[in-house]
Design a protein around this ligand. Structure first.
Ligand code: ADP
Ligand code: MG
Length: 324
């Protein structure tokens, strides 16, 4: 449904987006996740034809966004980061205006009424947009994106600035829309993406660093489960004992966590279950096992790892300061 190949956007010598490729199939809800400045809005603006790429190809439902912009755009409903609302119009006037602008062919009254029911803005239909709350404005923005019933919806940070109840409402609405539309939704908040999306694309500093389901990402990055153990015993001796257990690749100390109790991270070899041997050996020395748990990486950990690993500029700045 959407095909992005080697997309690059440069401003002068700065890359906002760098060589990004991905596909979105019909019916998917894909989350575009990345910290502020990662390049989410830039990518979405290019997908929707609002911004031209420096390099790369974008196809929507088979139509090249550059070569057949009208056909490509007709397939997309776009909710930009700043919805293009006319504050001095009523909701009715604005939706009629957008209907004309999009040259929509569907039955005007019926189509707009249907959308209003779907996004629940019937009760503010006659109100001026400037008098609406942020939550209602966002829904009017969504209504605008739905005019013409486009198969693809692109939503840029649709819940930014909303209160928790409004966030839940918009999420539910997006999930409902996902039954009939292919959706790309961006956010800098992991929970947001996790709650709504089938698949997660993580971008950091303009580069795609992950593209998978939440479950696969967790499985891939948690790798072989590391164990976190707490032992009451002399730190260095315990560490030596742990490192000597067959099947242990590494054992690192995290220091004293309770009086006389040290915490260690143990990395077992692939497939090795070291728990019995761990217990027996500690017991033979009289060192009590005070805690044992597996250190599975949460999606949050993965996100932080993937988006933090690439900060050479920040490191350079810090170094410069220290040298003075
Ligand atoms: P996100 O939406 O993920 O927060 P953006 O796509 O808005 O990120 O921005 C990506 C990068 O491109 C940022 O570093 C931003 O400063 C830069 N950028 C965006 N628009 C422009 C512009 N018009 N001129 C120069 N740099 C820009
Ligand atoms: Mg943005």
């Amino acid at each position: 449904m959407i095909e992005v190949q080697n997309l690059t956007k440069r401003y002068g010598s700065q890359y906002a987006v760098r060589n990004i490729s991905f596909r979105v199939e019909e019916g998917e809800i894909v989350g575009f996740l990345g910290p502020n400045g990662a390049g989410k809005s830039t990518t979405m603006n290019i997908l929707t034809g609002y911004l031209s790429a420096t390099e790369g190809v974008v196809k929507v439902n088979g139509h090249d966004v550059l070569e057949e912009p009208n056909e490509a755009k007709a397939n997309i409903g776009y909710l930009p980061e700043q919805p293009p609302l006319y504050l001095d119009m009523t909701v009715r006037e604005y939706l009629a205006f957008m209907y004309d602008l999009k040259k929509c062919k569907l039955d005007r009254e019926k189509h707009i009424a249907e959308i209003c029911r779907l996004v629940k803005i019937e009760n503010v239909y006659g109100r001026l947009i400037k008098n609406l709350s942020k939550g209602y404005r966002q829904r009017v923005g969504l209504a605008q994106a739905l005019i013409g019933n486009p198969p693809v919806l692109i939503l840029d940070e649709p819940t930014v600035g909303l209160d928790p109840n409004q966030i839940i409402e918009i999420r539910d609405l997006i999930k409902r829309l996902g039954k009939h539309h292919t959706i790309i939704l961006s956010s800098h908040i992991l929970q947001e993406i996790e709650a709504v999306c089938d698949r997660i694309i993580i971008i950091s500093q303009g580069t795609l660093v992950a593209d998978d389901t939440a479950a696969n990402l967790s499985a891939q990055y948690s790798g072989d489960r590391r164990l976190l153990v707490r032992v009451a015993g002399p730190e260095a001796d315990v560490q030596r004992l742990l490192a000597g257990i067959p099947g242990v690749v590494r054992a690192a100390s995290f220091g004293e966590k309770e009086a006389g109790v040290y915490e260690f991270a143990i990395e077992p070899a692939v497939g090795a279950d070291i728990r019995r041997e761990l217990f027996t050996r500690l017991a033979s020395r009289g060192w009590a096992l005070m805690g044992l748990r597996s250190m599975e990486m949460t999606l949050e950990d993965i996100f932080i790892t993937l988006t933090r690993e690439r900060l050479p500029q920040t490191a350079a700045v810090k170094k410069g300061r220290n040298e003075k």
